[in-house]
Design a binder for this molecule. Structure first.
Ligand code: NAD
Length: 474
């Protein structure tokens, strides 16, 4: 049960704190123990990363890319085992866990293909001005529990590609697949380049305030992101904050239900709705409100809910009991205020943290289920009469991660999508992400982007090289 260790300075080490249990959300039972590191061990990891940076930070781009390719190949080779571990700690169905691993492979290969060219700003007879991109130093990655493996890859691979050394701190709810990932990476990089420390409460804040860490890439809730930002101020750490979302989707009048309903369902319920940029509020024109609600309920009822390792299961448990409780609370609150549950609507009476896919109608802005991020398997449908009004309500949120507009006329839908206050606006799709397209939120969904060239640049600092040419060359 206890084969998991931290990795510091190239060595697997036991935590000096009391190990804690990792729970399988499908059974509610512990299936492994995770080491608990101490602040003294964090100090060792930071010191190791700083030492390793003196040479890794100066290694060639070609060398780093080659090592990332080797890492990608190992992840791919071990994909089955990694996927099973993700199911055990996170709960998602095996096929989805497998695509999480393979997504990680694709993102790693993309990082390995990226260039960091020197930009020639100006060349005249008297001077040459170049813009260089250099690594920052020690980067800490703090990850959540919903896509533990893939988000760790999104953080770690571009950081390494740019020449930084990394300390990974996974969620204490889902630390194990990240431990395995770090072990794979460590096979291909010098000691200290990648480290992982694990622990329960309080450990993340020690990282956020550590003066030896130069950047934090954080994915998690807005509330924790605010705390990270405060703690990071001491040494002006660079930050990428990928925080919560409450993505709205607007279905324009005349959208054929059958053409889009499956995609809308998937966008809302992917990973049991525990996805930052999942579709979380659906605004439907009153003329089609009932038709969409019924069609979504049919798909919801088709889902096979169960343990993600069981054959045929399409819908797993919620990852943890607190999240399950929040989902139940929001649905109960909606019902108390006149909302109607078309399907689902209560935790399943069985072991594990199961809540079936739930469609709620008769709700509107002002209901907690609409105004707050539910981050779980429930979708509220809100009727609207006028597109301008729907747009105003979609934008009336402190969050601004993603949003989408659906309609038969793509140009008309695009015109509405362009007015969404969100880091990403999709037309006739939602939550589409890929390695080469920058992704990030606005408003209280955070700042900074991941993916694409912009994402890589976030792991660098710029240095302007201004060279006055000798008189003889002028
Ligand atoms: P969380 O904020 O509770 O935890 C995220 C991580 O921060 C965990 O590793 C946790 O241990 C750590 N942490 C906790 N307190 C800390 C502190 N004071 N200082 C530093 N680190 C600390 O989030 P969660 O519940 O794991 O994940 C769900 C949230 O993440 C949702 O709001 C979701 O929308 C968001 N999320 C956002 C994105 C995105 O890309 N924008 C992606 C996935 C999840």
């Amino acid at each position: 049960m206890n084969d998991y260790q931290m990795l510091i300075d190239g060595a697997r080490v036991a935590g000096e704190g009391d190990p804690f249990e990792v729970i399988n959300p499908a059974t509610g039972q512990a299936f492994a123990l995770c080491p608990a590191g101490t602040v003294a061990q964090l100090e060792q990891a930071v010191a190791a990363a700083q030492r390793a940076f003196t040479s890794w930070g100066r290694s060639s781009c070609a060398e780093r890319c080659e090592r990332l390719q080797l890492i990608a190949a190992d992840i791919e080779r071990e994909a089955d085992e990694l996927a099973r571990l993700i199911v055990l700690e996170q709960g998602k169905p095996l096929a989805l866990a497998f695509s999480e691993v393979m997504g990680g492979v694709a993102w790693t290969r993309y990082a390995a293909s990226q260039e960091l060219p020197v930009e020639l700003v100006e060349e005249t007879p008297t001077q040459r001005v170049e813009l260089h991109r250099k690594p920052l130093g020690v980067v800490a990655s703090i990850t959540p529990w919903n896509w533990p493996f893939m988000i760790a890859i999104w953080h770690i691979m571009p950081a390494l590609r740019a020449g930084n050394c990394v300390i990974s701190k996974p969620s204490s709810l889902t630390p194990l697949s990240t431990i395995r990932l770090v072990e794979i990476i460590a096979r291909h990089v010098p000691a200290g380049v990648i480290n992982i420390v694990t622990g329960e409460r309080g450990f993340g804040s020690a990282i956020a305030s550590h003066p030896g860490i130069h950047k934090i890439v954080f994915t998690g809730s807005t509330e924790t992101g605010q705390r990270v930002m405060q703690a990071a101020a001491g040494n002006l750490k660079r930050l990428t904050l990928e925080l919560g979302g409450n993505d709205a989707a607007i279905v324009l009048p005349g959208t054929p239900v059958e053409a889009v309903v499956e995609d809308i369902f998937q966008a809302a319920f992917l990973n049991m709705g525990q996805t930052c940029a999942a579709l979380k509020r659906l605004y439907v024109h009153e003329s089609q409100y009932q038709a969409f609600a019924e069609a979504l309920a049919v798909i919801a009822q088709r889902q096979v809910v169960g343990d993600g390792l069981e054959e045929g299961v399409t819908f797993g448990p919620v990852q943890n009991p607190e999240q399950l409780e929040l989902v139940a609370e929001l649905v109960d609150d909606a019902c108390a205020k006149g909302g109607q549950v078309l399907c689902g609507g209560a935790p399943l009476p069985r072991t594990g943290f199961f809540y079936p896919p739930t469609i709620v109608t008769g709700v509107s802005d002002g209901h907690r289920l609409v105004d707050e991020e539910q981050f779980g398997p429930v979708l509220p449908l809100i009727a609207y009469r006028d597109v301008e009004d729907a747009l105003r309500r979609a934008n009336a949120s402190t969050m601004g991660l993603g949003g989408s507009v659906w309609g038969p006329d793509a140009a008309a839908a695009q015109a509405v999508a362009a007015r969404l206050e969100s880091g990403v606006a999709w037309v006739n799709c939602h939550a589409q992400i890929q390695p080469n397209t920058p992704f990030g939120g606005c408003k209280m969904s955070g700042f900074g982007v991941e993916f694409g060239q912009e994402g890589l640049l976030e792991f660098t600092t710029q240095q302007l090289l201004f060279v006055r040419k000798p008189a003889a060359q002028q």
